[in-house]
Design a binder for this molecule. Structure first.
Ligand code: ADE
Ligand code: ZN
Length: 344
């Protein structure tokens, strides 16, 4: 049966680089990888924390060199996402991870944009692009990146903040976020993935973000939770990522269900699906099984994904997607098969 319609709001395009495509691009671009083959590479996907993942993630993305490479990467993601019910995707990219190794900002955006331009007709997915600043690099580098983005602002909806969180609080980027807002860009930031609840407060109070990416550690601070509920601040949770990066031991321990029941505007996303064991439909399927979410709670997650999306410039489309969510029929059985498990 057709998968539940949903938006994906927390997805790093470089995190969709599957081993097969990585090796194909390595051969095409004559990049020598330190793994013999895809099997050996997959064996390295045993992470102890965020940094251990980031080391591999930045290493593997060196195979991405040309606009064609970025277009192929994005098109492959969109095909997989479509098969799992994604109707709208707000896609992160990490420009500094490419400009830092000599790939022009324009090469990255032009390649991604080429795939995104065909996304609606080819995959039935509307898209937005969000450029993330790497928080473990100096704020000056983020400022330079915003400068480099200026010719491409018609393609970029917003700015985000990612990479190694602890020791790099949101306030480090106050100035560049202010400059981004002045350019009309929307604002999000990763906070509370490994960092403390105070980073979530800073992202809201100092950067003025509209959504928090992850926000997992908000649950440690009841006052913060009350504020997030009251202000309807979306949290883009990534449950499979939290387990793989050891923020949480088992998916069964994930606070997603209690966060939903506390009235938080949470969404479910895949983060870096090539590395964390599943795309967003797989993630819905996994949390349904592990946390025993009822079909109506899955519908709430899907509804939230569109409510939290940056479709403010196309309310008609948002209303159409929301109507699809409300009309979705889980069928007579609430078995997991009826929920979401489509694989491309
Ligand atoms: N970059 C890609 N995935 C990330 C994550 N889960 N946290 C921070 N930065 C990232
Ligand atoms: Zn992320």
């Amino acid at each position: 049966m057709a998968p539940l319609p949903k938006a994906e709001l927390h997805l790093h395009i470089e995190g969709t680089l599957e081993p097969e495509l990585a090796f194909a691009l390595a051969a095409r671009n004559r990049v020598q990888l330190p793994w013999a083959d895809t099997e050996e590479l997959r064996k390295a996907y045993l992470f102890s924390d965020l940094q251990s993942f980031l080391d591999l993630y930045y290493g593997l993305m060196t195979v991405l060199r040309t606009a064609d490479d970025f277009a192929e990467l994005a098109d492959a993601y969109l095909a997989r996402a479509a098969a799992q019910g994604v109707r709208h995707a707000e896609i992160f990219f990490d420009p500094q991870a490419h400009t830092g190794r000599g790939i022009a900002f324009g090469t990255v955006v032009e390649g991604l944009a080429r795939a995104l331009d065909h996304s609606e007709e080819r995959h039935g997915i509307s898209t937005r692009l969000i450029m993330c600043f790497l928080r473990d690099l100096p704020a000056e580098s983020a400022r330079e990146t915003l400068e480099a983005a200026k010719p491409y602002l018609n393609r970029i909806t917003g700015v985000g903040l990612d990479s190694a969180e602890v020791g790099h609080p949101p306030s480090k980027f106050a100035e560049v976020y202010e400059a981004a807002a002045a350019l009309g860009l929307r604002k999000v930031a990763h906070a509370g993935e490994e960092g403390p609840p105070a980073y979530i407060r800073e992202a809201l109070d100092v950067l003025g973000v509209e959504r928090i990416d992850h926000g997992l550690r908000a649950v440690e601070d009841p006052e913060l939770v009350a504020r997030l509920v009251r202000d309807r601040v979306p949290l883009t949770l990534c449950p499979l990522s939290n387990v793989r990066l050891r923020a949480i031991d088992l998916l069964e321990d994930h606070p997603l269900r209690s966060m939903l029941e506390a009235g938080l505007l949470v969404t479910v996303n895949s983060d870096d699906p090539a590395y964390f064991g599943g795309y967003v439909g797989d993630t819905f399927h996994a949390v349904h099984e592990a946390l025993g979410l009822a079909p109506e709670q899955l519908r709430e997650l899907a509804r939230n994904s569109f409510l939290a999306s940056f479709l403010d410039d196309d309310e008609e489309r948002r209303a159409r997607y929301l109507a699809e969510v409300e009309a979705y029929d889980f069928g007579s059985s609430d078995s997991v098969d009826a929920v979401d498990s489509a694989r491309p």
